[in-house]
Write a protein that binds this ligand. Structure first.
Ligand code: ACO
Length: 358
């Protein structure tokens, strides 16, 4: 019995591969370094959905069609915004996604992808006491999200940084949320149900809920002098250092370096890259000293936190913004599972009393 399913191959996919020993992420034949910063998020969608979504191919320009789907998502959400209960942002996102019914009409994955920025920006504006802003279908997903969130156009540098982030996190093998999506898709429950299930898996701190706590950790450390004592104390108390360690990578997560370069390129308020680098260096040294034989390195969430903070996003929406990128991969995996997969139904090892002993 392997409770964490380490090393178990549970799906066949043509979408992405994580080589944990080499520290390599390949998406449809491209290394992630060849995609991030070179392809737009819309281009990444085309790459992932080719041959899976109806009428989709790698040459398609999904920008306009995605923009129109954002308008549709806004029309669905607008009457619901004022009625939402006071929940955490990612839980309110989950609630709004539930308004997209699996059975109402053929649920196109485009609506799932388009709904994310519309819902996240609208929810955050409401939290700040401002009215949600309607989408502009002419803009890219990244540019429109920042505009809807801020109520004003974002700089080209900010749009590019967010776009690179969305591409970097778009897909990543059989991570926990993608696996959850494929399990739900395997029962033929429907696309939106699978996306909502994936979001529920993502929100945990051991998966996509980590970047907010990364900033909490940097805040708590506070000064350069406090780095070593704080981290030593946390490890002595058996706390996990957020943004470090990974189930598959035994070396550095290649996405961490991509995002680090983006943060370095973003100068200005909210960019505490030098302090973060100092924390990272001490954390890696302490983790290596404690855990000989098991490499614990920096994961994607450490520099995600720095990047999203540098873009001025509140940490309450970090997990939702991760979902805004990862929904590209979720939808591709759902389509692939629906097309080719069988019902996923493993076995469990029974540890209760023998029959008749109760
Ligand atoms: N800090 C301190 N110790 C750690 C860390 C960490 N970040 N990560 C793992 N360890 C320790 C564990 O406590 C465990 O120690 P033990 O054997 O004494 O109990 C040992 O290393 C092995 O850990 P596992 O839990 O078996 O590793 P697993 O593969 O299950 O966990 C995970 C991977 C969840 C990412 C883990 O490294 C972690 O909790 N990291 C911190 C949270 C985080 O950064 N999450 C984002 C992950 S990236 C992503 O999902 C997008």
């Amino acid at each position: 019995m392997n409770s964490g399913l380490e090393g178990i191959v549970a799906a066949e996919t043509a979408l992405s591969h994580v080589d944990g020993e080499a520290g390599e992420l390949v998406i449809r034949g491209w290394r992630i370094e060849e995609l991030a910063g070179r392809r737009s998020f819309e281009g990444m969608l085309s790459l992932l959905w080719t041959g899976l979504a109806p009428g989709w191919n790698d040459e398609a320009d999904p920008r306009r069609v995605l923009g129109r789907a954002r308008e549709r998502a806004f029309a669905i959400a607008e009457p619901l915004f004022p009625a939402l209960p006071d929940l955490a942002p990612v839980e309110r996102l989950r609630l709004l996604l539930s308004a997209l019914g699996d059975g109402e009409e053929t649920p196109h994955p485009l609506l799932a992808v388009a709904a994310m920025p519309v819902f996240i920006a609208g929810l955050e504006r409401l939290r700040q006491g401002a009215a949600p802003v309607a989408p502009d279908p002419r803009l890219s997903q990244a540019a429109d999200f920042l505009r809807m969130l801020r109520g004003a156009s974002a700089s080209a540098a900010h749009v590019q940084a967010l776009d690179t982030y969305l591409v970097t996190v778009a897909d990543h093998g059989l991570n926990a949320s993608t696996f959850a999506a494929r399990i739900i898709a395997s029962t033929r429950a429907g696309l939106f149900s699978a996306v909502i299930g994936a979001l529920c898996a993502l929100k945990g701190p051991l998966h996509g809920g980590a970047p907010g706590p990364v900033l909490d950790m940097l805040d708590a450390i506070g000064t350069a002098e406090n780095i070593e004592p704080w981290l030593t104390g946390a490890l002595a108390e058996k706390r996990r250092l957020m943004g470090f360690g990974h189930r598959v990578y035994r070396t550095r997560d290649p996405r961490a370096d991509i995002l680090k370069r983006v943060v370095i390129g973003l100068r200005g308020e909210g960019n505490r890259i030098r302090f973060a680098e100092a924390v990272e260096a001490v954390a890696l040294r302490l983790l290596a000293a404690r855990r000989q034989g098991r490499s614990l390195d920096t994961n994607v969430e450490f520099y995600t936190a720095l990047l999203l903070e540098a873009l001025g996003l509140p940490r309450a929406v970090f997990t939702s913004v991760f979902a805004m990128g990862r929904v590209a991969g979720w939808t591709a995996h759902i389509l692939e599972q629906e097309r080719e997969g069988r019902l996923i139904r493993p076995l469990s090892a029974y540890t209760g009393p023998a029959a008749g002993a109760a």
